[in-house]
Ligand binder design. Structure first.
Ligand code: NDP
Length: 245
């Protein structure tokens, strides 16, 4: 019988990370639900997944930008499930503010969480993947890391461009048994965009060819495909998921 696979999802307490947890739960995976500040939503998700899908889960508080936190999280996950087969580097933050108001603190927080966090979790999880000769790493970047976006989120955009660069380098470094790919979503309906005006979002919606803003499940379903055996030949790739803007 094939061993049950384990997926570690960073920032799984809400939004895209939560949707990934639900989609992987439907397939019977063990799930490590990482969160930073949202303990209650993470615990509620754990209960929901265990009850509905009869799977094993582990919730771990960890700031992905802090090395010691990441080492503890990865050790705890491996002690519980023996291996981490799939890693979704999803945790992210964004400050939407004018250039003149951008501070070193906001800039560094963004780079630390989004870019350094992706590096740190990949570094410690990939040790286990290398030992097992198996692994899939999926980094959640953004279309804002691929082309011009908004100067209001220039720190975020730079972090997402950095994640694309990391994706290619990790794919080379971790060959041949570990696939590393990135998803670059356009607008997705999550809390991250809760402060944007309806007018703005309607305008963005009209710029897509499909005339809607995607639900987080659509990102999760692509992550499922990228982590499947059918996607073995897909490596070091950045897949845009933006309704054809
Ligand atoms: P949400 O704001 O809904 O969720 C963000 C998640 O990241 C939360 O679970 C949060 O956990 C977690 N997180 C934040 N900081 C840390 C940290 N330091 N350590 C661990 N976890 C952390 O955002 P989305 O679901 O929209 O975004 C998920 C990813 O998708 C992000 O990387 C984002 O940049 C990317 N993305 C989103 C798009 C969108 O339109 N929504 C478009 C393109 C990319 P907690 O609440 O516990 O702090």
């Amino acid at each position: 019988m094939e061993k049950l696979k384990t997926v570690l999802i960073t920032g799984a307490s809400k939004g895209i990370g939560k949707a990934c947890a639900i989609e992987f739960a439907k397939l019977g995976y063990n799930i490590v639900i990482n969160y930073n500040t949202s303990e209650q939503p993470a615990l509620e998700l754990k209960n929901e997944l265990e009850k509905k899908y009869k799977i094993k889960t582990l919730t771990i508080q960890c700031n992905v930008g802090v090395e010691q936190d990441v080492i503890s999280m990865v050790n705890q996950a491996i002690n519980t499930f023996n291996s981490i087969d799939i890693l979704i580097n999803n945790a992210g933050i964004c400050y939407d503010e004018p250039f003149e108001e951008k501070t070193v603190e906001h800039f560094m927080n963004t780079i630390q969480t989004n870019l350094l966090g992706t590096f740190l979790v990949s570094k410690y999880v990939s040790k286990n993947m290398l030992n097992n000769h198996f692994g899939k790493i999926i980094n959640i970047s953004s279309t804002s890391g691929l082309s011009e976006f908004s100067p209001f989120s220039m720190d975020y955009n730079a972090s997402k461009a950095g994640i694309i660069s990391l994706t290619h380098d990790l794919a080379i470094q971790l060959q041949p048994y570990i696939n590393v790919n990135a998803i670059a979503p356009g607008w997705i309906d999550t809390e991250m965009n809760k402060d944007l005006s309806t007018d703005f979002l309607n305008n963005e919606k009209e710029k897509t060819l499909v005339k809607y803003i995607a639900k987080p499940e659509e990102v999760a379903k692509l992550a499922i495909f990228l982590s499947s055996d059918d996607a073995r030949y897909l490596n070091s790739e950045v897949i845009t998921l933006d309704g054809g803007r």
